[in-house]
Design a protein around this ligand. Structure first.
Ligand SMILES: Nc1ncnc2c1ncn2[C@@H]1O[C@H](COP(=O)(O)OP(=O)(O)OP(=O)(O)O)[C@@H](O)[C@H]1O
Ligand SMILES: [Mg+2]
Length: 393
């Protein structure tokens, strides 16, 4: 969809901002560009919509050499979102969002209808926010209007230059999540610039790590984190690699422990029997639908307490997680429930209980993931919920 062929940009003062850059972004792919200040990220973006012309090389959009496309025509195919958003202060949110349809000569009603739809899509109720002015919005809300406006003409390509750079970390994470959900629906081809490796990892199908004017590595997040191509990249992705790997390593079936399992309506004697047979200190309790109910400790299922069912002794515990969720989510769930284990369920088969993940097993999984990378084996098929999975080219 977007192809750079040996693109160089030298500014008039002799600064080489981009040096012989070649890469390709597939249709529907979200590529994050990450790197230190001044490494050429913005220059790269602006060459795509011809706000900047390359000194050398060629750029193709959907097979067309963009140097042969009229810049105004070209920009209609490309949405552009920047950090300071650049909303018109004297126009309402709705009018701002309808700017591009308006420029494209859409009928006023149709443009506003589309704008309202898009505001809704980015989580701003048009009946609440539509008539406000930009200064009456929070920073995060303004960014959302910026995204809505960029999507208004339904361009196949989005360029986003640190769109969430100016908002606080909490709002930022929410905007990132919303943007991922949005992207799963609209499937634009996206170039997304960020300073922040965490953001690059969360959002990118692939990450382009920039050095000075060059791409040092262009790979899926798990590979960039786990198998940095150069010492520079390793340095850039940082020492807290283990922590970052938590976000890209999924919980797998082989990570799970299988404690004894009983059902609410089982006779207590059955629980006693199970626990003794496995020498376990507790059993998982499921309800009639095989959904997690909680647990029962061994002392409550002792032979002394005969009679009755598991139900009378079961304790509630609702910490669970779908298989394939990132270890980070598992860790967060453990902390949230202050739990020594969490149930892992199969989302495919209606939340069927599969086993439990314990802190020790989580640690093992993390170690294995880091070790696998140390041996240069990029992990395939990372099923991270937060990273939209789009096949590469
Ligand atoms: N108009 C210009 N004239 C001369 N040099 C420029 C011009 N615009 C950018 N540069 C230089 O080109 C290099 C790349 O700039 P660019 O804006 O692409 O960096 P960036 O990666 O987007 O940085 P940041 O993360 O700070 O936004 C920098 O050294 C910058 O100073
Ligand atoms: Mg920049």
């Amino acid at each position: 969809m977007i192809r750079f062929e040996h693109v160089t940009k030298r500014y008039a003062d002799g600064t080489t901002a981009v040096d012989d850059l070649s890469f390709e972004v597939a249709e529907g792919e979200l590529v994050t560009l990450v790197g230190p200040s001044g490494c050429g990220k913005t220059t790269t973006m602006k060459m795509v919509n011809r706000l900047i012309e390359p000194t050398d090389g060629r750029i193709f959009l959907d097979g067309d050499d963009i140097s042969a496309i009229d810049p105004v025509q070209l920009r209609r195919r490309i949405g552009y979102v920047i950090q300071q958003v650049g909303l018109f202060p004297h126009k309402t949110v709705l009018e701002n969002t309808a700017t591009v349809p308006h420029l494209l000569g859409w009928k006023r009603g149709k443009g506003r209808e589309r704008a309202a739809e898009l505001l809704d899509l980015v989580g701003l109720d048009p009946s609440v926010y539509g008539d406000r002015y930009p200064e009456q919005l929070s920073g995060g809300q303004r960014q959302r209007v910026g995204v809505a406006r960029a999507l208004a003409a339904d361009p196949p390509v989005l360029l986003m230059d640190e769109p969430f750079g100016a908002v606080d970390p909490v709002v930022r994470e929410r905007l990132q999540n919303e943007f991922l959900r949005l992207q799963a629906r609209v499937r634009k081809t996206v170039l997304f610039v960020t300073h922040d490796i965490e953001e690059a990892v969360r959002l990118g199908d692939r990450i382009a790590v920039y050095g000075q004017g060059r791409i040092e590595q262009f790979d899926p997040p798990a590979t960039v984190l786990g198998a940095p191509a150069t010492p520079y990249v390793a340095d850039f992705v940082g020492a807290d690699r283990g922590l970052k790997r938590l976000s890209v390593t999924p919980v797998e079936e082989s990570d799970l422990d299988r404690p004894p399992v009983v059902h609410l309506d089982d006779p207590l004697a059955k629980a006693t029997e199970r626990l003794r047979a496995q020498g376990a200190r507790w059993a998982v309790v499921l309800d009639g639908e095989d959904q997690l109910h909680g647990w029962i400790p061994a002392q409550d299922a002792s032979p002394a307490k005969t009679g009755g069912t598991v139900r009378e002794h079961a304790r509630r515990m609702e910490a669970w997680l779908p298989l394939g969720a990132p270890l980070k989510q598992a860790f967060a769930t453990m902390l949230q429930h202050d739990a020594g284990w969490i149930a892992v369920v199969d989302r495919e088969s209606n939340g069927r209980f599969l086993g439990v993940l314990t802190p020790a097993r989580l640690h093992e999984a993390l170690r294995r993931s880091i070790d696998a990378d140390a041996q240069d084996v990029p992990r395939a098929g990372v099923a991270v919920e937060t990273v939209a999975s789009v096949a590469g080219p």
